[in-house]
Ligand binder design. Sequence first.
Ligand SMILES: Cc1ncc(COP(=O)(O)O)c(C=O)c1O
Length: 323
Amino acid sequence: MNPDLNRLQSYPFEKLRQLKDGLQAPAGKSPIALSIGEPKHVPPHFVIEELISHLHGLENYPLTRGSTALREAVAAWLQRRFKLGASSQNERGIDPETQILPVNGTREALFAFAQAVVDRSENPLVVMPNPFYQIYEGAALLAGAEPWFLNTLADTDFVPDFDAVPVDVWQRCQLVYLCSPGNPTGAVVDATRLRQLIALADEHDFIIAADECYSEIYFDEDAPPVGLLQVCAEMGRDDFRRCVVFHSLSKRSNLPGLRSGFVAGDAEVLAKFLLYRTYHGSAMPPPTQAASIKAWNDETHVEKNREMYRENSTPYWRFCNRY
Ligand SMILES: Cc1ncc(COP(=O)(O)O)c(C=O)c1O
């Protein structure tokens, strides 16, 4: 067996299940669920309908790189949301042929990405925030790298402080996982810090994997969280060199069961990732692709979703403030 499997932590929700086993809530009190975070809002009806009406697509093997229509829908969404192309010669801002790949949710992609990009012969480090989404650590370990944890604490507003990373860590670093808005804190890494990280990536030759799966859940409609590709575009870095973002319909569109997302960015990196994925066998089923096009093309349901979170947040904050 692969000995690195023994280095993996058991999955947190499995640990939690074992810890809770046999416990009874005191009479008259209802437990607060701290188990797997799953969107509770209703998914858009028209996306489900599209999925159903394309079930006949199951008769074909899908391409790992997905349909052109899906990659074009994603490109258009990225361009609208992150203002790609605003400062570039490229009208579309991002090339759906070479700079976008569909994935079956960001979880599998975040894991697979490390397997594709880490060179295990070079004593590699993978830098990640702490606390962190557990997949980052397992991905690093199984890719033959050592995880290096960058604490995100209150004194830095819960965002990573790249100045706190020793130079010898940057020298061994091959991949940085970033999570913005962050899980669990919701903290957003701002454009200044993203520019700093891009400069460090150029200096020390590592890749940035920006997990932006919460980017569509925010309070102020006039101030959406900035994204890594957006900062690249603002810098005139149209090839998105060393930068890859991960997006998902799970939180944006309340469709965690659809298993649909995409990665986008550096074409050279994505070409290698596509090669890896072809062998890994992770093509998105055709009905899922059709439903995903509908979801990426519509913003109304996403705005309504945020509206519901805004309404829900009032009792939540009142609750928090009590303790
Ligand atoms: C930070 C973070 N990244 C990625 C994921 C994976 O989401 P999905 O695979 O549904 O896109 C999650 C899921 O909860 C998450 O919290």
